[in-house]
Design a binder for this molecule. Structure first.
Ligand code: HSE
Length: 427
């Protein structure tokens, strides 16, 4: 039986979960995978934490050079997160010819080209299932399950923190701040929640997933990004009245002719769409392939055991395959020539504005929409006997630029007090 030694860089939540799975399932993998995987080294400054997890004292190190030069180590698992020192450590491992398994979406989406180049130089493997959507096997699905297809569309709820916050706002009527505090108390949101609530975490993942789905480099800076921090409770309630749930969506579209659209932003999803039922901290990715049609993967996008599951799946893959697999596209820092990234998205829009309850105000608004060829599909007007009333409308599909220009004009109408919200509808 083949023996494989693993080093884990960082024994935080995910590193600890990975250590536990690898050690508790060692016999199971011997039986089912015909490979003996042992943890030979951990890089962890907090020795006590490593000892508490059951790591032998002799296997705890605080020196990356010692870890990557250890002849018993074949695979290095990086679960430190962030760019540095993770990048330096991963490059050191690859330069030493060790295969790397990482859960680090930020490092991977920003430096994939550099890491892949280093891996190819020493024929090392480079695996990253855990970087996107935690325990949901989306990367292997794209690489090994969807190869037959031209993937035209990828729509995902790929951040559990924001999904939890939006679910609590919808179910309990909480405001954004209250829901965020609750998510922080439960450990779903970080003390500094910026990466999650401003959509950076989802943008990192979308950059990786869209590159794989569309077989071309989708650099992070091409991903349009908006977060959920400005979402008002009223919009979630009005959306529900109109038959929609609010989600932070990651959307990738590919027309097969070099035109690609990648964006992360809040969006209303119709209650009948499968993504509408993805609640709490769960994640899901909906894919549309030309042969398979629609498929959806659903599960936990974070946490020690789900993310550990994805890491260990890569460790086993690397342990049982002698040839490494790299990106299917020319992996450079830049997008390929000939690929165009669309910024004038087509979408339906939910708009809430406040207007004085006077004759003619709706006619003026409708007139501006007509001028920009924007058609209204739903409209509700709220409140009686108050001077300033909320008006909520949903448009048919229109271009982002036309919509923005129309909204600028609508804001100038004398009886329009304020434009409160503009939220996209659907993917
Ligand atoms: N913070 C992420 C989320 C998990 O809330 O989904 C790791 O990417």
């Amino acid at each position: 039986m083949k023996s494989i030694g693993v080093a884990i860089l960082g024994l935080g939540v995910v590193g600890g979960g990975t250590y536990k799975i690898l050690t508790e399932h060692r016999d199971f993998y011997r039986r089912t995978q015909n490979v003996d995987i042992s943890v030979e080294s951990v890089l962890e400054l907090n020795r006590q934490r490593a000892l508490d997890l059951g790591v032998e004292e002799s296997k705890i190190s605080d020196n990356i050079a010692e870890v990557v030069s250890n002849p018993n180590v074949d695979i290095v698992v990086e679960v430190i997160g962030g760019v540095e020192p993770a990048r330096t450590f991963v490059l050191a491992a690859l330069h030493s010819g060790k295969t790397v398994v990482t859960s680090n979406k930020e490092l991977f989406c920003k430096y994939w080209h550099e890491l892949e180049k280093a891996a190819k130089r020493t024929n090392a493997g480079l695996y990253y299932e855990a970087s996107c959507v935690g325990g949901v096997p989306i990367i292997r699905t794209l690489i090994d399950g969807m190869q037959a297809n031209v993937v035209y569309r990828l729509t995902g709820i790929i951040n559990g923190t924001t999904n939890y916050i939006l679910t609590r706002m919808a179910r309990e009527g909480l405001g954004y701040r209250e829901a965020l505090k609750e998510a922080q108390a439960l450990g779903y949101a970080e003390k500094d929640p910026t990466a999650d609530v401003e959509g950076y975490d989802a943008a990192y993942k979308l950059s990786i997933l869209a590159s794989l789905a569309f077989h071309t480099k989708v650099p992070l800076e091409k991903v349009y990004r908006e977060g959920i921090a400005d979402i008002a409770q009223q919009d979630i309630s009005y959306g529900e009245e109109l038959g929609y749930c609010l989600k932070l969506l990651a959307i990738g579209k590919n027309d097969g002719k070099g035109n690609i659209e990648v964006r992360v932003h809040p969006a209303f999803v119709h209650k009948d769409h499968p993504l509408a039922s993805v609640s709490d901290s769960f994640n899901a990715v909906f894919l549309e392939g030309d042969s398979v049609g629609d498929i959806m993967l659903y599960g936990r996008g974070a946490g020690a055991a789900p993310t550990g599951s994805a890491i260990v799946s890569d460790v086993i893959y690397a342990a049982t395959h002698s040839e490494a697999k790299y990106a299917t596209f020319k992996n450079t820092q830049m997008a390929e020539k000939g690929v165009r990234f669309i910024t004038d998205f087509k979408s339906r829009y939910y708009i809430r504005f406040t207007a004085k309850d006077r004759p003619g105000v709706l006619a003026k608004v409708a007139g501006i929409f007509a001028k920009y060829n924007i058609s209204i599909s739903d409209l509700i007007q709220k409140g009686e006997d108050i001077e300033n009333i909320p008006i909520i409308l949903i448009t048919h599909e229109t271009g982002e630029c036309a919509l923005r220009r129309a909204m600028e004009k609508i804001a100038q109408i004398e009886d329009v007090v304020e434009i409160n919200s503009v939220i996209r509808v659907g993917g």
